[in-house]
Design a protein around this ligand. Sequence first.
Ligand SMILES: NC(=O)c1ccc[n+]([C@@H]2O[C@H](COP(=O)([O-])OP(=O)(O)OC[C@H]3O[C@@H](n4cnc5c(N)ncnc54)[C@H](OP(=O)(O)O)[C@@H]3O)[C@@H](O)[C@H]2O)c1
Length: 263
Amino acid sequence: MTKIQKKVIWITGASSGIGEALAHQILAKDGKVILSARRTNKLERVKQNCQGNNPENIKIVPIDLSQVDSLETATQAALKCFGKVDILVNNAGISQRSLAVETTMAANRKIFEVNFFGAVNLTQLILPEMLHRKSGHLVVISSLVGKFGTPLRSCYAASKHALHGYFDSLRTEVAKDNIKVTLICPGYIQTEVSVNALTGDGSKYQKMDETQKSGIPVNICASRIVKAIEQEKQELYIARQEIVGVYLKKLFPTLLSKFLQLQ
Ligand SMILES: NC(=O)c1ccc[n+]([C@@H]2O[C@H](COP(=O)([O-])OP(=O)(O)OC[C@H]3O[C@@H](n4cnc5c(N)ncnc54)[C@H](OP(=O)(O)O)[C@@H]3O)[C@@H](O)[C@H]2O)c1
């Protein structure tokens, strides 16, 4: 069991949605948080909203995961906040709402740069410090589409599948050094993920999908993530009926593919 109390938890994508909800729940358990994302004004708002907690336990490190050259400096800044990072939550991500044939390579690369290389980059920068202390926990917010592909999500699904390959491999390498790896696969969660998703030309979709609106409330999702961290789970699905896709993919993949095909 991992105790959140007094732990230092670095959350990317903390300016909204799942990352923001995680910050609230970790602070309520007396953890310390480092909030990262691009929009500093939103991070400041999250910090203000968390003020019921000890403000000393909240630090902000702005980050743009697509700016590879800036990540080493950001990691050093995060390490300076509390002297270490116990748990890195690779949560920042961008979704997609476009047919593969209509998606530019620039949009494909942007999704991969943030969702996959962003998480890998930050992990590899923080890992030496965790290895040195022989302690650490890497948490990755993947998706159910990290387990099976669905229409209009080709590169998003690919980026999430890639996270499973990388972090499952990494787990086998660092387990002996007391470093845990947890992959979280949400289904539909009530956040602005569809609003912020990319269309084929790389512009924002800017629509709240019905499935998103009627998804699992974000605070419930965050509390299940915190529990999975505490229980040091390797993988967790957080979803309603859409979870059936995971099992159909394993047992009846042709049936799942036929069911998901666009008309
Ligand atoms: N909501 C769902 O239904 C759902 C389902 C499965 C998986 N997920 C995953 O959950 C994670 C969180 O998404 P969410 O639902 O909370 O959506 P969200 O509200 O859109 O949050 C996405 C976060 O990622 C950050 N971000 C985007 N690009 C970034 C960049 N280049 N550098 C740094 N940060 C960046 C955003 O902050 P800035 O714009 O301020 O940078 C924002 O804080 C994502 O990985 C997503 O794929 C969500």
